[in-house]
Design a protein around this ligand. Structure first.
Ligand code: SF4
Length: 239
């Protein structure tokens, strides 16, 4: 697949998802950072139901950093992995209070030193709160980028590097939202809704998905599970 087609695909997604904003509710870099940490392995909607109570009780890094773990755990319990997340958000808040004057640093290296903050979380905070040219790769972005043929990357970092090369620098901070919204609404796992997809005339996965679904329907090819795996197969992109 050519670079020109890859760029065209991204332009179509940009048109399809002009509201490229995070679904997480936040009102400061601090509340965004905590919401992003809580959002691992759960939905943004679930986090949005949880954070009002959390920030009503602990509105600042100083307050959350001094909280009792059991109290935080009981508030965030529905977000999953609550013990680990409670430990991370309390420790990260304490680090913000003690090492950064209660402010979230707009610097990747410093962000990634905070407990519970990896490259993906740092990228979301940098792009959303600070407007930096950062591109976060989560499970939706990873899957959609492969189906579109934007990358052959085996790791989130490889996918990030490949996609960023296709997007004008001024739009990099929005590109994550194009792919994540598309992954949630249309290019779903395990079965993408290619018939409703604005990119389906040029997406290299369309025949793969169609073949897999035909085989699953006929019951003569791979099992349903196998068909789904085939539907997710990754086409490549040549430069
Ligand atoms: S055409 Fe299908 S596989 Fe390709 S991006 Fe759209 S939904 Fe995903």
């Amino acid at each position: 697949m050519s670079r020109a087609v890859a760029v065209r695909e991204l332009a179509l997604l940009e048109q399809a998802y002009p509201q490229a904003v995070t679904a997480l509710h936040y009102d400061s870099p601090f509340t965004l950072l905590i919401a992003v940490i809580l959002s691992a392995q759960t939905t943004d909607a679930r986090v949005n139901l949880t954070t009002p109570q959390l920030f009503a009780k602990y509105p600042t890094p100083q307050a959350l950093g001094a909280a009792r773990l059991e109290d935080v755990e009981s508030i965030i319990k529905s977000c999953g992995f609550f013990r680990m997340k409670a430990k991370n958000i309390v420790a990260a808040s304490r680090a913000l209070a003690e090492q950064h004057g209660g402010e979230v640093p707009g610097d990747r290296e410093l962000l990634e030193q905070l407990p519970g903050v990896g490259r993906k979380t740092a990228s979301v905070v940098l792009s959303v709160a600070f407007g930096d040219a950062a591109f976060a790769v989560d499970t939706h972005v990873f899957r959609v980028a492969h189906r579109l043929g934007l990358t052959l990357g085996k790791t989130p970092r490889e996918v990030e590097d490949d996609v960023v090369k296709l997007v004008p620098r001024g739009k990099v901070r929005f590109a994550h939202h194009w792919l994540i919204l598309h992954g949630r609404e249309i290019c779903k796992a395990p079965t993408p809704l290619c018939g409703r997809c604005p990119v389906n005339e040029i997406c290299p996965s369309v025949p793969i998905v169609a073949r897999a679904l035909r085989a699953a329907k006929a019951g003569s090819g791979p099992s349903r599970r196998g068909a789904r795996a085939a539907a997710a197969r990754r086409p490549g992109r040549s430069s």
